[in-house]
Design a binder for this molecule. Structure first.
Ligand SMILES: [Mn+2]
Length: 433
């Protein structure tokens, strides 16, 4: 069974990059578009469930555009169950905004909830205190595969499409009226003998968790070794040795995973799209492929963002001209193979350059501006002044440099900057602050 694990979509985000009004509108639309693309990808790849581990929206003020997009996307994919862990930003505002909760949308709220999808158990809460020993399990029927050929048939016969996509979900309704099964969780280290005894004791209305059940737990917060007072911290000690196969997390905006004793892993898929230069690199989701017979699971990070952000540091120490600086930048950009034309790039210039070096930021910007969706340039170089070379300079320039050198108040960096502007002005050149 394939399951997508994503988190931190932050739909309706205000973004933290310096985008123009038009770029910002387009970027917001892209975030929504990526959500629908992900659902389409899931249908194509025969994914049975999409697990959204919090921060689907950026704030509790959700736009109609975002609510409708998510709602309609879920309804148009009855073959996929959407599990949604309400995060710390949205506070259930989405559910309240819905005209109705689609059959294939399952919510994790403040109470610990467990859903069973085939042999996969998906549990979670947005208010984690501990993993409960036992929990009521809501059975979720594994939806029928969305037939790829249906779409072709649907375009020819509109009524069929409408029935399939809007509410003909009798198979879901039927099964979900079944009485929930009661499940006891057990220590995975327990011997088979103990297990056997226990089974006979708990026979009847209770049924014991099957060994071949793949257990996913969905939580939102910062994983820590010892926990803390902040409700957003998740104490690892309370999550180890609980028979968790896959701890599906949200909150950290970069992909990250680690071991969860005794047999599982924890994983943050990262934000689905980066929103600022503090969220650089590839973004996407995690695709789980669980072999239901063996319980083996592969987890693969799938880059899926429509654009990524990259910050490149370019050392230009010793460069004497704008062209030379551009050349150094070109080399660094060429080496960053993952950067695409649709990406947003920020270059930070570093190193020490001579105060007499000819460096024109406008020219550098002009050179790179049209190559990427967004191009930003930051100058973090520092200036070197070779005071010796001005020692015997009888011109106004020499006078200025010697005067500044003796100044007791200005810092070395301030002196260098004034020297640079002064020299350029005296040479009759345009200068940039
Ligand atoms: Mn987040």
């Amino acid at each position: 069974m394939k399951i997508i694990h994503c988190a931190d979509l932050h739909l309706d985000s205000k973004m933290t990059t310096h985008l123009s009004g038009e770029q910002l509108r387009r970027r917001r639309a892209e975030l929504l578009h990526t959500f629908t693309r992900m659902a389409d990808y899931a249908a194509e790849q025969d994914v049975r469930a999409i697990l959204i581990c919090g921060d689907l929206f950026d704030s509790k003020n959700i736009s109609a555009q975002a609510v409708n997009t998510v709602y309609e996307t879920i309804r148009r994919h009855p073959g996929i169950v959407f599990f949604y862990l309400t995060g710390n930003h949205e506070e259930g505002a989405f559910v309240d905004a819905l005209p109705s909760v689609p059959e294939n949308l399952k919510i994790f709220g403040s109470e610990w909830t467990a859903y069973r999808l085939g042999t996969v158990l998906i549990e979670g809460t947005n208010h984690f205190t501990e993993v409960p020993q036992a929990s009521n399990v809501k059975e979720v029927p594994v939806p029928l595969k969305e037939e790829a050929t249906d779409k072709k048939a649907a375009s020819a016969e509109a009524p069929v499409f409408a029935a399939k996509c809007f509410g003909n979900q009798e198979h879901l309704k039927e099964a979900s009226t079944e009485a929930p099964a009661f499940v006891n969780f057990r220590d995975p280290d327990e011997s088979a003998e103990e297990r056997g005894n226990d089974d006979s004791e708990s026979a009847g209305a209770e049924k014991t968790i099957r060994v071949d059940t793949f257990r996913i737990v969905a939580l939102h917060g910062q994983l820590t070794e010892y926990g803390g007072a902040d409700p957003e911290t998740l104490n690892l000690q309370l999550l180890r040795n609980r028979g968790i196969d896959y701890l599906a997390l949200g909150h950290i905006h970069a992909y990250k995973k680690g071991a969860l004793e005794p047999r599982g892993i924890w994983c943050y898929p990262g934000a689905l799209e980066g929103r600022g230069f503090d969220e650089c690199g590839e973004h996407g989701f995690v695709l789980l492929d669980i072999d239901e017979a063996s319980g083996n699971c592969s987890d693969t990070f799938i880059p899926f963002a429509s654009r990524n952000l990259w910050e490149l540091s370019v050392e230009i120490g010793g460069a004497a001209s704008t062209i030379e600086i551009i050349e150094k930048m070109e080399a660094v950009i060429a080496a960053a193979e993952k950067i695409r034309a649709e990406d947003m790039v920020r270059v930070v210039l570093t190193g020490r350059i001579d105060v007499c070096a000819e460096k024109n930021m406008t020219q550098i910007l002009t050179h790179f501006r049209d190559r990427f969706e967004l191009f930003q340039l930051r100058d973090e170089t520092s200036l070197d002044v070779n005071y010796l070379s001005f020692e015997h300079d009888a011109s106004l320039k020499g006078e200025l440099v010697r005067l500044l050198q003796k100044d007791p108040v200005l810092s070395e960096d301030e002196k260098a900057e004034i020297v640079r502007c002064g020299l350029q002005a005296l040479s009759g050149e345009e200068f940039e602050f």
